[in-house]
Design a protein around this ligand. Structure first.
Ligand code: MRU
Length: 353
C-alpha cells in the first residue's frame, strides 16, 4: 500500500482526462481510475467510485466536458442539442445530491451563453469545469473557518461527532463537515473526532477515519448504534454533518442515519450542525418532503463483503439518505457564514426577470 501523505483530491484533471480516487477500494487500496469519456464518468458516479455531493458535482462538470468532446459536429445548434443528451445521461446517475444538477446546469449555461465556434465552446466548458473544481476547494476552506465561529466555546478542546464522509474525499478537497473538523484541529480546538461507521456502505469507517489517520487527527470509530450511548456519557460536545440537498426551509437530506443522530443529539442537548456549500441549497423546493431519496441495491443491506448476513425469504429496504427536519438543526454552516435554518432565505439568489 502506497498512500499519499499530503492533501487528498478525489477528482483531478490531468493532461486530457480525469483521475478519480477509487473510493470503493479505500482504505485497503489507494487506486486512481482514469476517466476519458462521459459514459465512464456516469458509471463512476453511479457505482460510487466518486461520491459525496460536491465531489459528484465536480465529477459531473468534467463529465459534461468529456461528453462535449465526443459530440461529432461543428454546428453550434446541433452541438447544444446533443449537449442536452450528455447532461441527461449524467443527471440519471444519482438523484439526491443537488450539486450534481447544479453543476450540470452551470455547464449548460456556460455553453449556451458563449458565442463562437464549437471548438471554442468546448474550451469554455473545460474552463468552467476547472473553475467549479477550484471554487469548491475555496468554498470548503471558508466553510471550515466559518464553522469555527459557531462551535460551542466550551470546553476549549471539543469532542465532535460526524456521520458518513463529508471530507476531502466528498468534495474537491478539505471537506465540509470534515472541513470544520480540520479547521478546529488546526486552531487547537479539537480534542477528538468520533466517526459513525455509517452502514450500509461504511463511509465513516472506510473514508472519514482514513482521512483523519492521513493527517494525524485523533479519531474514534463507533458503530451507528453507539452514538446515543456516547452522548449520554457526555462524550460528545457537538455533531457536524454534511448535506446532499437542503430545502428552502432548512430541512436537510444527508446520509441515512443522520435523522436519528439529530434526534439523539436533541435528546441530549448536543448542538447539531450541518455544513454545506450554497450549491447544496435547493431553493426550488419548499421542504424536505420533496427531496428525492435514492434507493440502492438490496445487497448493500443483506451482504457485508462476501458474507450474506440474513436468511433467504427476507425483504429489503435500502434508502441511501434521510431528511433531518430543520427544527433539529442548530445552524447551517455555509461559505458565507452560519445561519439558523429559518434564516436560509437570505442566501436565495435574486430572480433576474
Ligand atoms: O452516498 P454518498 O456517500 O455519496 O453520501 C454522501 C453523504 O451523504 C455526505 O454526507 C454528503 O454528500 C455531504 S459531502 C460533503
Amino acid at each position: 500500500m502506497n498512500f499519499p501523505t499530503n492533501q487528498v483530491y478525489p477528482v483531478i484533471w490531468h493532461e486530457d482526462h480525469v483521475l478519480l480516487i477509487d473510493q470503493n477500494r479505500l482504505p485497503n487500496e489507494y487506486t486512481l481510475v482514469e476517466i476519458s469519456c462521459c459514459a465512464d464518468m456516469a458509471e463512476a458516479i453511479k457505482t460510487m467510485i466518486v461520491r459525496g455531493a460536491p465531489a459528484i458535482g465536480v465529477a459531473a462538470a468534467y463529465g459534461m466536458y468529456l461528453g462535449a468532446r465526443e459530440i461529432p459536429t461543428d454546428n453550434r445548434e446541433e452541438f447544444l442539442s446533443q449537449l442536452e443528451l450528455v447532461a441527461e445521461q449524467l443527471r440519471k446517475t444519482r438523484p439526491t445530491a443537488v450539486n450534481l444538477f447544479w453543476a450540470i446546469a452551470r455547464m449548460l449555461k456556460a455553453a449556451k451563453q458563449t458565442l463562437g465556434s464549437v471548438e471554442y465552446l468546448r474550451e469554455v466548458l473545460l474552463k468552467t469545469a476547472l473553475e467549479i473544481n477550484a471554487d469548491d476547494l475555496q468554498t470548503c476552506k471558508a466553510i471550515g473557518d466559518r464553522g469555527l465561529e459557531v462551535l460551542p466555546s466550551q470546553p476549549e478542546k471539543l469532542h465532535l461527532l460526524t456521520h458518513c464522509n463529508a471530507g476531502a474525499l466528498a468534495t474537491a478537497g478539505y471537506g465540509t463537515a470534515l472541513g470544520v473538523v480540520r479547521s478546529a484541529w488546526t486552531a487547537g480546538r479539537l480534542a477528538r473526532l468520533y466517526a459513525d461507521e455509517t452502514r450500509p456502505r461504511l463511509q465513516g469507517a472506510r473514508l472519514t477515519s482514513w482521512e483523519c489517520v492521513q493527517e494525524g487527527i485523533p479519531v474514534t470509530l463507533i458503530t451507528d448504534n453507539m452514538a446515543a450511548h456516547c452522548m449520554q456519557r457526555g462524550l460528545i460536545d457537538a455533531v457536524v454533518v454534511g448535506a446532499d440537498r437542503i430545502a428552502a426551509n432548512g430541512d436537510t437530506a444527508n446520509k441515512i442515519g443522520t435523522y436519528s443522530l439529530a434526534l439523539v443529539a436533541q435528546a441530549h442537548n448536543v448542538p447539531f450542525f450541518v455544513a454545506a456549500p450554497l450549491s447544496t441549497i435547493d431553493f426550488a423546493i419548499a421542504d424536505g418532503s420533496q427531496i428525492p431519496i435514492e434507493e440502492r441495491h438490496p445487497s448493500e443491506v443483506y451482504q457485508i463483503g462476501e458474507t450474506i448476513i440474513c436468511p433467504p425469504g427476507v425483504e429489503f429496504y435500502n434508502p441511501a439518505f434521510d431528511v433531518t427536519p430543520a427544527a433539529l438543526i442548530a445552524a447551517i454552516i455555509t461559505e458565507h457564514g452560519a445561519v439558523a435554518p429559518a434564516e436560509l432565505q437570505k442566501f436565495q439568489p435574486k430572480q433576474v426577470i
